[in-house]
Each structure stands twice: as structure tokens, then as C-alpha cells.
Design a protein around this ligand. Structure first.
Ligand code: AMP
Length: 395
């Protein structure tokens, strides 16, 4: 892929597909600006090089032109985060949009209306994509979180920009982080996977086991693996139909001389909601009627040692039901160990909605080496797939 930083952008109209799908409260205030902040580097680069920045994005899942999902609502926040005036136009294609753009001087930014006001966006319609392409001279994709979709603005549009299409700075950082985990990160490379379900992370496990040196499996998903090793897991979360897969992954790890590290002790309760009684069990000997809801002290210590002896670490998914204080200690400890590892020079990459939410809830996020903005896009990349939006930039 060619490099946007090497391009002459002076007076060039640069279409930038960004992901401004930000959360709004009932009064239309933006409650988290992460995605706006994430596109600033690309915008700054284009403007410094004397280009005109045409931002296109989706917001929510509108059915046709629904005012509720207008990007106009976020224009002030976008301006304030980018630290510059941002113009707005009420459509994302057509003569009106083209005229609004043609009036802009170099160094200007314009945000166009929600792409998903046209169902042709999500259906990947070629005519719509071609109309979008008429807005500018150069196409930049900086919407990593949407790159797994074959939509008009993330995929089809690229074919109209032969030799004039580039990944944005955010997309480059995301791809580099994925490569650090799955390809060329400094060894030992450790992946820590947690959360509720094995099913959502099966593809990642099969792919990462080939590339990383060790995988810690915590959270609810650990119990299917413990069961696969003939452990007694009481009433803990179990995906029975995946026991065979779990066994296969464990055998694969053994054959490849990779380590899979499971919790050795478990904090359990008799009920998800009523937590009057809490006991610690050996993770392989949980009594019937008890549900494992967090990792115990011995596991924390063991995971801590694995983290501190790794140079590249990827974390996705909590170690327990971290939303409840009673079961948040495992996840909190992982955060602390990761921070210590980072201070000692390890590259720490965090991705996936719940790990970021956990980091924020536990008040520790500013130190992380890289926090991915992608949900599905990150998971699919870690499964070893080249995302459509990325492939389209390569052709
Ligand atoms: P995921 O979306 O798969 O990353 O899962 C995140 C969810 O997993 C969080 O809501 C946690 O409460 C939940 N979780 C983590 N550990 C457990 C556990 N031992 N039992 C049940 N749910 C868990």
C-alpha cells in the first residue's frame, strides 16, 4: 500500500472515510469522543499538506433519512476535537455536495451527511460509490472499525481511485498493531483472551496459536477449556458443543510447543445475581451448584508472571464479571500487570469493546501502548483475514 505521507496533496480534494459513529445521549451530546480523536492525525496531515479534507462517515443504523441520525448533530464536537472549523453539507453525494466542496479553500474541512441515509451504502451499490468518488481527487480510508464491511464507502469506492487510494494514519496504526500481535512482535508474544464466549473467539484462537508464544485464557470462556481437560466446573459457563474444539486447540498448542495457560483457582458464587455466598475453588474442582465468576489469587499471580516475562502482549476480554466489584479483581490485576509490563518496555495492545470498557471502568487506560478502535474488524483481522476495506486499497 502506498503512503499518504509521501503524496503531494496541495489543493487536492481528499475524501476521507472516517468512523464518526459516536455514542450520543438523549440530548444529542457526544458521550465518547474517542473515534473523533482517532481521525485527527489524518486530518492534520492532509491540512498541513495544503489539501481539502472531505469527511464521510455513517452514524447509527438509520432507515432512510432520519433526522435522529444526522451527522449535523456532532459538528460542534467534531470542530472542537479537531480544533478547527468544520463545514457541513446536508447530503453526501450530488451536485449540491460537489458545489459546497468546490467553494472550499485549501486547508478546509467539510463533513458530509450520514452515508447510511442511502441504503446503497450498505448494499455496496456501484453507482452510489461512483457518485461518492466524484467528490474528490484522492481516497483515504481511515475507518478501521468499518473495514470488515463491503460497503460502498469502505470497499467499492476504492476501485475508482487507481494509484490514488491510501490508508489513513489510524488504519496504518491498527494494521501495525495487528501485525505486532500476529506476525512480527518482539517475542515472547502473549495473547490474553477473556470474556464470556469461546464461540466469538474460536477463529482467533486457531489463528493466534500458530503465531504467538503463549495464550492466557480467562473469564467465562476458560471453563469450556477446563472441562475439555476433564475438570469439574460446577455450574460455570460452558459451551458444550465447543469442547471438541477446545480439545483440538489444546492439542494444537502441544504439537506446536505453545503454552495455553488456564486459571488454577476460581472465585465462585451460587447465583449470578445473589452473591451472599462466595468461595474460592481449585478451577478443576468446582462443586456442583457453584458458578465461577472471577479468577482467584493464585491465577492472578501466575498470569502476572507470564505477563511480566513477555515483550508483546495483546489483551481482549475481562477475566471475570468485572462489572461487579466482587468479581472485578482478576481484571483489575491484569490491568495492573499490563501497566507494569509496559513500564518495563513491553508493547501492550488492547482491543475489543469489553476490555476497553473494563480499562475505563477501572480507571486505567492512558498508559496503554495501543488501544484498537475496531470491534468486529479487529477480531476478523486476528482470525487472519485481510479485511475487504484493506484489500481494496491494495489492488
Ligand atoms: P465478551 O463480550 O465475550 O468479551 O464478554 C464480556 C462479558 O463476559 C462481560 O460482560 C463479563 O461480565 C462476562 N464474563 C467474564 N467472565 C465471566 C464468567 N466467569 N462468567 C460469566 N460471564 C463472564
Amino acid at each position: 500500500m502506498s503512503d499518504l505521507e509521501q503524496q503531494d496533496l496541495k489543493n487536492k480534494k481528499v475524501i476521507v472515510r472516517v468512523d464518526l459513529n459516536v455514542p450520543l445521549d438523549d440530548d444529542d451530546n457526544v458521550t465518547d469522543t474517542t473515534r473523533i480523536v482517532a481521525c485527527k492525525e489524518t486530518v492534520d496531515l492532509i491540512l498541513e499538506k495544503g489539501g481539502i479534507c472531505i469527511l464521510i462517515s455513517h452514524l447509527g443504523r438509520p432507515k432512510g433519512k432520519e433526522n435522529k441520525f444526522s451527522l449535523k448533530k456532532i459538528i460542534d464536537t467534531v470542530s472542537s476535537v479537531l480544533g478547527r472549523k468544520v463545514f457541513f453539507y446536508e447530503d453526501c453525494i450530488g451536485q449540491g455536495a460537489q458545489e459546497a466542496i468546490s467553494k472550499l479553500d485549501k486547508g478546509s474541512i467539510i463533513l458530509l451527511e450520514n452515508l447510511r441515509f442511502y441504503e446503497e451504502e450498505t448494499s455496496g451499490d456501484r453507482v452510489f460509490a461512483k457518485n461518492l468518488s466524484k467528490l474528490g481527487d484522492i481516497y483515504v480510508n481511515d475507518a478501521f472499525g468499518s473495514c470488515h464491511r463491503e460497503h460502498a464507502s469502505t470497499f467499492v469506492i476504492a476501485e475508482y481511485f487507481e494509484n490514488k487510494k491510501f490508508p489513513g494514519m489510524l488504519l496504518k496504526k491498527e494494521l501495525d498493531a495487528i501485525n505486532q500481535i500476529a506476525n512480527y512482535g518482539k517475542k515472547p508474544v502473549l495473547a490474553i483472551l477473556g470474556g464470556a464466549k469461546v464461540s466469538s473467539k474460536l477463529g482467533i484462537l486457531y489463528n493466534l496459536i500458530k503465531n504467538v508464544d503463549k495464550i492466557i485464557i480467562g473469564g467465562g470462556m476458560a471453563y469450556t477449556f477446563i472441562k475439555a481437560k476433564r475438570g469439574k466446573i460446577g455450574n460455570s459457563l460452558l459451551e458444550n458443543e465447543l469442547i471438541t474444539n477446545a480439545q483440538e486447540i489444546l492439542s494444537l498448542a502441544q504439537a506446536l510447543d505453545k503454552k495455553i495457560i488456564l486459571p488454577i483457582d476460581t472465585i465462585a458464587s451460587k447465583d449470578y445475581d445473589n452473591n451472599d455466598q462466595i468461595l474460592t475453588f481449585n478451577s478443576k474442582e468446582i462443586e456442583d451448584g457453584w458458578i465461577g465468576l472471577d479468577i482467584g489469587k493464585k491465577s492472578i499471580e501466575m498470569f502476572n508472571q507470564e505477563i511480566l516475562s513477555s515483550n508483546t502482549i495483546f489483551w481482549n476480554g475481562p477475566m471475570g464479571v468485572y462489572e461487579k466489584d466482587l468479581f472485578s479483581e482478576g481484571t483489575r490485576s491484569i490491568c495492573n500487570s499490563l501497566r507494569e509490563a509496559k513500564e518495563k518496555g513491553a508493547n501492550v495492545i488492547v482491543g475489543g469493546g469489553d476490555s476497553i470498557a473494563a480499562l475505563k471502568k477501572l480507571g486505567k487506560e492512558d498508559w496503554v501502548g495501543y488501544i484498537s478502535t475496531g470491534g468486529g474488524a479487529l477480531l476478523e483481522s486476528l482470525e487472519g483475514k485481510i479485511l475487504p476495506g484493506v484489500k481494496a486499497l491494495m489492488k
